[in-house]
Design a protein around this ligand. Sequence first.
Ligand code: QAP
Ligand code: CO
Length: 176
Amino acid sequence: MTMLTILCYPDKRLRRIAKPVTQFSPKLLRLANDMLYTMYNSRGIGLAATQVNVTKRLIVLDTSGGHEQPLVLVNPQIIKKSGSIAFEEGCLSVPGFCASVQRAAQITVKAQDTNGEPVLFTTDDLQAVCIQHEIDHLNGKLFVDHLTDEQRLAFEAALAAQNMPSQTITPDCPRE
Ligand code: QAP
Ligand code: CO
């Protein structure tokens, strides 16, 4: 397994639109496994290929709270959404900043596995939020693009504080 480098905000490469996966080779499985390894090692629950500088429509996630339910989705698409939920989100590409974001509470996802086999399922709660967050990455979008004016001010302040080397950064969100 290889630990991949995660691009961080404001890296412009996070704004690229990922391309559909057409080749289901062992290379794709290798990339998915390296992404899961990188995600677990960084204490994350989701990671999109865009974040590791690969412009392919591939996301990995595990919202089980352990290392129990890795999920790899290739060419994921949301074909149905309903309801609304506010969740405190963070992002491995925006370390040290969290904010509550509003998204659909329940989604139906159409995707492929690493063999190119179709997968279709409905999910809700944290897993639904995470999939929406990760698909946003494939479209060059970050959770900080969803902030209210007030949240944006807090984000700007956190960024300014981070650029001050003499200052110790107090995290906005609890993490290990
Ligand atoms: C996306 O985010 C997500 O700031 C995945 O210092 C997050 O794994 C979806 C992380 C919340 C739904 C709800 C963030 C790790 C991990 C940090 C992550 C940090 C260390 C973020
Ligand atoms: Co993210």
